[in-house]
Design a binder for this molecule. Structure first.
Ligand code: B3K
Ligand code: ZN
Length: 851
């Protein structure tokens, strides 16, 4: 595939101020008439033709200024129409087949309804168009369809007209007054019902809200609706951003490649991020729904009102919007646990990406298939980079920066540089060196040394940004680190401060410390870096028990755990973990959710990332062994917690959620120590569960055990929820995630289960993303796990390239794995590479992986 480069950007020679789309909708066949008003773009050079992107379209006719034309040409999938200078009207008729659209890009069918997904390059699968984010148009959309099959017809903006037609057909017309790029176009046609509500904006605009679902799902939409209202309010209060249409609609779709999509005024969602009630969704599901609804809603300003000039700027909207959704959730439910979870995700997914074959800067320099760049780097590291600006500026100045950004670039297709400049001007920061965060891939590695003399402490900090593919030499970046120096005896510190490491190596001195203080560093994870420091074990125990920064406290515990799990496993290291865990379990000032969080073991993905050579089998034994030991050591306390925190329902609010979290963690430790007791307790928790949080928590533990309790719970779960696809997804995931020797065979059986299908992305991910993340399945010593994932990639390759490509990085990480397994992983990548016609998505990932 061809390489697209950032430096080659040129503006499109034509402007397309207005677009009229007329759809004659049908599942098997849909006719699209597109009328484009075009005029030369004064910002670009003159052109004698217009080149329109297309993908899989059947062209029926072309007319210019009302005159039929046949002097057009096809250039690959594109359509080139000769055009004299000056304004014109272009009318193009195409035909598409939604039912055959298995890629789920463009217009496709899902459970009898029709819906669209256009980001990044799906609009060209609907009609010929300059399908690039810097061409902004005002859209009017007319949809015609069978009234019975498609009673509801939705598109962007506000409704203008609707009516009945002959032959049982009807139509609706929508108009979106805000100019937008084609990737934000959307339509939905189907037999849907809405939960309706309204929101009055700070400027007094009355917005009609709708959450559109299948009738059977209506009772599970309350949380989504409440989440919309909370999002609207928060964005007004926190960023001064007001909604700008009379309608805001969300539609839930069962077959969807990702989480959701921010189409202007008509967000389309994976059902997973809309539907929830206590019986079928966990607390984590509720929070994820609120977070994703917030994310898509916040895009209305960071993404839609200000969009991206080109796809290299993707982090402009995604990094910023992730930061916005993260802090939205922090503000609503407490920052500590949210931050810890976000950092765990960053380290488990983004750090490995940043040290692997697909490492790329948050603003990449080139790509072959843009869909491959919807990554944790663009999204989550992108958010961390903006969060650093926020930490350096302080909240007030940061708001000035964001205000200036929104004011200066409203209505434009902007660049990351525009954002940085607005932050410099508005927040008063000098970001000259900071721009390297946008240019360089790789997670900076920071080492810390501490010296004490007289009453002076010197911290010597050094940084290395590691080489990544295509970027052998790196420059130092500014690394803002919040620190505190603790007086060990008093258990307090004299105040938090922000230091910024800008050089390769730098000394920071602090006076007034008669005794060597205990350093708490990168508090609240101010910088997305890896820190290596020489710290005494008892100092980590001290911080794990006393640090007043929740993240740093958690971090100290993680350092103790990593030290033991990555080291040679000596007794003293384990004892130190025991001492810290004992303090955490005894600390009555902690809430149960934070307590559970502090007792969580590092993920396998992060352990692999931190290992020079990762031996999955050995690590499972060691990590599970530690769990057993902790469970035995604190059996009494865990049992007491499991007994006393029984069955609060969601009505109990925050305290109930905290209790549920701790209860299932306690169960996991108890089961590790005593499987028979764990099975008994697990089944009781399963049976008595007032909702999905306790039920799933119990089933997750039972799935890893043997015996009748496991069988009973799994069978009950399936039959109880057989008609709920999202819950059946959980049933697949729980079994495929179980750490048991026979799990691979079970996954193979689940793949043959009648409820399994390759055509639903949620179901595929439920089984195979869990399998690829399970060290005992994926890394089975004989290589069958690798073969299974490679077969999956090949099977999905052309059917759904985006979904297929998502599975490649797991195989691509072979350089970190012990040599026997690494060779088998590589061989599977080579098998894919040699397998014939590969989609651009899979080809790019596989080529990068093989390096
Ligand atoms: N912007 C979409 C992602 C589209 C991904 C296309 N492959 C969702 C989001 O980030 O909000
Ligand atoms: Zn987004």
């Amino acid at each position: 595939p061809a390489i697209i480069r950032r430096k080659d950007y040129t503006p499109f020679p034509w402007r397309v101020p207005e677009v009229r789309l007329a759809f004659d909708l049908g599942i098997e066949s849909t006719r699209v008439e597109a009328t484009l008003s075009v005029e030369p773009n004064p910002q670009a050079g003159a052109a004698s033709a217009i080149r329109l992107d297309g993908d899989g379209l059947v062209l029926e006719s072309v007319a210019v200024d009302g005159e039929p034309r046949d002097d057009w040409q096809r250039d690959g999938e594109a359509l080139v129409v000769p055009l004299s200078s000056g304004p014109h009207t272009l009318t193009i008729v195409t035909r598409i087949a939604p039912a055959e659209n298995t890629q789920l890009m463009g217009l496709y069918a899902s459970g009898g309804m029709l819906c669209t997904q256009c980001e990044a390059e799906g609009f060209r699968r609907i009609t010929f168009f300059p399908d690039r984010p810097d061409v902004l148009s005002v859209y009017t959309v007319r949809m015609e369809a069978d009234a019975q099959a498609f009673p509801v017809l939705l598109s962007n903006g506000n409704p203008v007209e609707e009516g009945q037609l002959e032959g049982g057909r009807h139509f609706a017309e929508w108009h979106d007054p805000w100019p937008k790029p084609s990737y934000l176009f959307a339509l939905v046609a189907g037999d849907l019902v809405a939960r309706r509500d309204s929101f009055t904006t700070m400027g007094g605009r009355e917005v009609e809200l709708g959450v559109w679902v299948r009738e059977a799902d209506l009772s599970r939409t309350e949380h989504a609706m409440e989440s919309i209202k909370r999002s609207m309010k928060w964005d007004e209060e926190t960023y001064g951003r007001e909604y700008d249409l009379d309608r805001f609609n969300i539609v839930a779709v069962g077959d969807f490649n990702m989480g959701a999509m921010e189409n202007k005024g008509l967000n389309i969602f994976n059902t997973k991020y809309v539907l929830a009630d206590e019986e079928t969704a966990t607390d984590a599901d509720f929070d994820a729904i609120e977070g994703v609804i917030g994310h898509e809603y916040f895009h209305n300003w960071s993404g839609n009102r200000i969009t991206c000039r080109d796809w290299f700027q993707l982090s402009l909207k995604e990094g910023f919007t992730v930061l916005r959704d993260q802090t939205f959730s922090e503000d609503l439910h407490g920052a500590a646990v949210k931050r810890i979870g976000d950092v765990r995700m960053l380290r488990s997914v983004q750090f490995p990406e940043d040290s692997g074959p697909f490492a790329h800067p948050i603003r990449p320099d080139s790509y072959k298939e843009i869909s491959n760049f919807y990554t944790a780097t663009i999204y989550n590291k992108g958010a961390e980079v903006i969060r650093m600006m926020r930490s350096m500026a302080g909240l007030e100045a940061f708001r000035k920066g964001s205000d200036l950004y929104f004011e200066r670039h409203d209505g434009e297709a902007a660049t990351c540089e525009d954002f940085v400049k607005a932050m410099e001007d508005g927040a008063g920061l000098d970001l000259t060196q900071f721009r390297r965060w946008y240019e360089q891939a790789g997670t900076p590695q920071v080492t810390v040394e501490q010296h004490h003399e007289g009453d002076r402490v010197t911290l010597t900090l050094a940084q290395v940004v590691p080489a990544t593919p295509g970027q052998p030499d790196k420059l130092p970046v500014p690394i803002p680190l919040k620190i505190a120096l603790f007086d060990r005896e008093a258990g307090t510190h004299s105040g938090e401060q922000l230091i910024v490491l800008t050089q390769e190596s730098q000394d920071f001195t602090f006076d007034g410390h008669a005794k060597p203080p205990v350093l708490s560093i990168n508090r609240n994870f101010t910088a997305p870096v890896a820190i290596e420091r020489d710290i005494a074990r008892e100092d980590l125990v001290f911080l794990a028990a006393h640090d007043d920064d929740a993240f740093a406290r958690h971090e100290a515990m993680q350092e103790l755990l990593l030290g033991y799990l990555l080291g040679d496993g000596d007794e003293a290291a384990r004892e130190a973990i025991g001492t810290a865990a004992g303090a955490i379990l005894a600390d009555d000032a902690l809430d149960h959710e934070m307590r559970a969080e502090l007792l969580g073991l590092p993920t396998f993905a992060y352990l692999a990332e931190r290992s020079e050579v990762f031996d999955p089998g050995a690590m499972v034994d060691k990590r599970e062994g530690l769990k057993t030991w902790l469970g035995e050591t604190f059996a009494g306390r865990f049992a007491q917690l499991h007994d006393s925190l029984a069955e609060p329902s969601r009505a109990a609010g925050m305290a109930g959620k905290q209790a549920r979290r701790m209860r299932s963690v306690a169960l996991a430790y108890l089961a590790a120590a005593d499987p028979a007791d764990g099975a008994k307790r697990g089944l009781a928790q399963y049976r008595d569960a007032p909702g999905m949080t306790d039920r799933q928590g119990a089933l997750a533990v039972l799935a890893g055990l043997d015996g009748p309790e496991r069988d009973e719970a799994l069978a009950d779960f399936y039959s109880r929820f057989a008609d709920n696809a999202l819950v059946i997804d959980k049933w697949f995931t729980l079994q495929a995630s179980a750490l048991r020797e026979d799990v691979l065979g079970q996954i193979e059986q689940l793949a043959r289960h009648q409820a399994f299908t390759m055509s639903n992305p949620n179901r595929v991910r439920a089984l195979y993303a869990a399998a690829a993340g399970n060290p005992l399945a994926f890394h089975a010593a004989d290589g069958t796990g690798y073969r299974m994932i490679a077969d999956l990639i090949l099977e999905l390759n052309l059917r759904n390239p985006q979904l297929a490509a998502r599975f490649v990085p797991s195989l691509g990480r072979f350089r970190r794995i012990e040599p026997k397994r690494a060779a088998m992983m590589r061989a599977e990548l080579e098998r894919i590479a040699g397998a014939g016609k590969l989609s651009r998505d899979v080809a790019e990932q596989v080529e990068a992986s093989l390096g």
